[in-house]
Design a protein around this ligand. Sequence first.
Ligand code: 13P
Ligand code: SF4
Length: 328
Amino acid sequence: MYKELLEKGYLEKKIDPALDLFEEIAHLKKTKNAVILAHYYQDADIQDIADYIGDSLGLAQQAQKSTADVILFAGVHFMAETAKILNPSKTVLIPDLKAGCSLADSCPPIPFEAFKKQHPDHIVITYINCTAEIKALSDIICTSSNAVQIVESLPKDQKIIFAPDKNLGAYINKKTGRNMVLWDGACQVHEIFSLEKIVKLKATHPNAQLIAHPECEAAILEKADYIGSTTALLNYSKKSDCNEFIVATETGILHQMQKASPKKTFIPAPPNNNCACNDCPHMKLNTLEKIYIALKYGEPELKMDEKLIEAAKKPILKMLELSAKFGL
Ligand code: 13P
Ligand code: SF4
């Protein structure tokens, strides 16, 4: 019943505009013993009500540790799936079930299985930005925080398939001197940056450093002063003596950067047209209203097949085990 009303957007429209959603959400969190985990790409107000904000690795680690009965995941579908895989008995809510990921969509299971068959003797390392079905076909999951270390932990002659992000894969190949076979996938947000506009921007801001996420194309990464996951970029911006940064990743991270370093200047790297394409349209489907409704009605809840959970859990646990070993 609620599900139907929710899908039609009826519940959202019915919210009293006088309601203080920050207060209501805080109250619902307490009464339901719920925790809100949010990715850095969420809108600033969602980041501000979250119990934990982080990158994909931090969020998976928090999900594993959580003692709450309910996890509300303010991120995208594959992130909520990871939380559910690590907590099958908990209720995992996602404010909008349509919050997907172009990168995860670029790697469907049937062609990926065929790709695997073409490369026998290869270990499959898969970026966490993929569906549970792809995780179930993988040996080790990684994120942008631990990918290089995970690849380096394998013997030099180990043949590896890396999926689904070809840009992150090419970056790791360059960093480690490996020759991993890459799946041809990419993120629509990180592929949109304009090298030409970045070069021009650098010319007008000669003291600014370009900091970039490894999902960006090689031409952008070549010009970058620093490359890292969202958490690594945030930490770098805090520690660096530089006062101005051009940030080549989704714009949501600028909220935490600006909060941590109010005197520094953060400029979003320009996309190759005039749209707001460096805002992830999937991440931005989540709103405070939808979070309020999800906590109030317990919908939309992420449900998953038990066998799929078991199969997808193994490579995720392997990643968490290795990350703990690396001190991440
Ligand atoms: P990280 O969270 O690992 O920085 O990855 C960014 C991203 O694209 C998440 O969708
Ligand atoms: Fe997927 Fe890219 Fe959005 Fe991250 S930013 S959720 S990789 S589409």
